[in-house]
Design a protein around this ligand. Structure first.
Ligand code: ADP
Ligand code: GLC
Length: 480
């Protein structure tokens, strides 16, 4: 039996700001339970829903040294859907209305969390073969593991994996402060270790010290070795390319299932979608005050509203797009600039554009189920889960060919009648608009072809079954 500990800053269903939480919350369920004991440790944030906090059981507590400070570490536990979760409690660090806040606070918060996750292991009596770290918030784990934890027998053979969900966020702060916070010696603050361009960089530390590195799609694993996608670490990614591999994300096929989804008006499946799916569209048009018309092509967006997701392209051609015979439904929060942009267009094109500037699990499911197409023109996309959810619901993705979008959406080929969506290559607003208009033509003029695209989209398998096996192989190889 191999033992694995996931260390992550967010996890579904307890706390989520993006796809990271979906992955950390769903992947552990899909390992072969006979061979792998995979557990998860995450912070216990004060902003978690009370119903989850009520179910967590106090396990133990201790005091831990972090640099010159001594801090309280509480450990709570909870089993959920067959997976053992641990939560690190400290009300000083994990207060606040959101998991992340000012970077200078987060820098100390996640140094604390990373060290606490390791320090807790002997106390709770769980000795993993592999510590699987996710994103910059846990970048110090491989560093600490090789540093102060290395001496004793308990940690001596533990291996670590660093999974990069988004290279853009690295946890960067000045060396002196980080030295002071982490208690790591000056030895670590050199350009071949934690330092990058004069500052301390948590993710870099993780990448340098982890035994293996993964990222969430094959294409992104290649892209990050180039200056355009490398976020200044492309040289490091090249240097570590022997240890780096891409494993595409899956989604929870039980959670995202049009046949059983409790959030949507009318359940449907790959056989009856031709008749049933559209009922969701009509219900959503009514709910959002859009013109009610089952024939109208509805395009959806569910996203963090940030530059990463290509919203400047949408902004640039929004007026042109709104001349077309379409409806656009947006759900998202993020940069004020984009929130207000969509509010403005919803006012300008009433009945046609709906801007839902909030976070809602229920509304996201309704959009995945109701729309005809799903727009995701990302500047970069390590994997992307929204397009996988769309495919699952027979809502055809229109994407830019980057990262996981390129690996998971096969562009429509009208000559061979293949493909599961539509895509364009260059980060160019009119290239995007042309692709949307091409999709419109297929939708309005070649309905049979459109429905065959849906057949193929819904027949795709992006459940975790394939990718969990790839992680199992990696675990076996590392801890073999
Ligand atoms: P990222 O992690 O970069 O934000 P992903 O596509 O990997 O992008 O994952 C985004 C996840 O967050 C999806 O599960 C998506 O449905 C969800 N999501 C994003 N914005 C919202 C929102 N406003 N309301 C509900 N769910 C959202
Ligand atoms: C990040 C990426 C996204 C990916 C998610 C889960 O948030 O932006 O592309 O799907 O992590 O791995």
């Amino acid at each position: 039996m191999k033992k694995v500990l996931f260390v992550a800053s967010e996890v579904v269903p307890f706390i989520k700001t993006g796809g990271l939480a979906d992955v950390v919350g769903s992947l552990p369920k899909y390992f072969d339970k006979e061979q792998f004991d995979v557990r998860v440790i995450a912070p216990k944030y004060m902003c978690m829903a009370q119903k989850w906090k009520d179910q967590m059981q106090y396990l133990t507590h201790f005091y831990m040294e972090l640099g010159w400070r001594t801090q309280y570490v509480g450990i709570l536990q909870m089993e959920y859907e067959g997976v053992q979760f641990y939560f690190v409690d400290n009300e000083f660090y994990f207060a606040g209305s959101k998991p992340y806040g000012n970077i200078y606070e987060d820098i100390e918060k996640f140094a604390f969390f990373s060290r606490a996750a390791l320090s807790a292991l002997p106390v709770i009596g769980f000795q993993p073969d592999i510590i699987h770290c996710h994103d910059w918030q846990t970048g110090l784990v491989p560093v600490y593991l090789k540093d102060s934890f290395h001496g004793g027998e308990f940690f001596a053979n533990m291996k670590s994996i660093m999974t990069i969900h988004n290279l853009k966020f690295q946890g960067i702060w000045d060396k002196k402060t980080v030295m002071n916070i982490t208690g790591l010696s000056p030895y670590y603050f050199a350009p071949d270790k934690l330092e990058a361009y004069g500052d301390a960089n948590y993710l870099k530390g993780g990448i340098v010290y982890a035994d293996a590195i993964t990222t969430v799609s094959m294409t992104y694993a290649e892209e990050i070795k180039t200056p355009f996608y490398g976020e200044h670490l492309d040289g490091l990614m090249q240097a570590r390319s022997n240890a780096l591999r891409g494993i595409v994300n899956g989604i929870d096929y039980k959670e995202y299932d049009p046949e059983t989804d409790p959030f949507i008006k009318k359940n449907y499946n790959a056989v009856n979608f031709r008749k049933e799916k559209v009922k969701n569209k009509v219900a959503l048009q009514e709910e959002l005050g859009l013109t009610v018309d089952p024939k109208k092509m509805m395009i959806g967006v569910v996203s963090r509203l940030t530059d990463q997701k290509g919203f400047d392209l949408i902004e640039y051609v929004m007026d042109e797009l709104c001349q077309d015979d379409i409806q656009l439904v947006v759900l998202g929060t993020g940069e004020e600039r984009y929130e207000n942009m969509f509010r403005h267009f919803a006012w300008k094109y009433q009945g046609k554009v709906s801007a839902n500037i909030f976070y809602s699990e229920a509304m996201s499911h309704k959009i995945y189920a109701s729309c005809d197409a799903f727009l995701m023109p990302s500047l970069f996309e390590p994997c992307g889960l929204s397009q996988l959810m769309s495919l699952r619901y027979g809502t055809l993705p229109i994407v830019r060919e980057t990262g996981g979008l390129k690996d998971t959406v096969e562009p429509y080929n009208e000559f061979e009648s293949t493909g599961t969506g539509f895509s364009f290559c260059n980060y160019n607003a009119h290239e995007m608009l042309n692709t949307i208009r091409y999709a419109e033509r297929i939708y309005y003029d070649k309905k049979r072809e459109w429905n065959k695209l849906i057949d193929r989209a819904m027949a795709q398998d992006f459940s975790w079954s394939n990718s969990a096996k790839k992680y199992e192989e990696l675990y076996n190889w590392l801890a073999g």
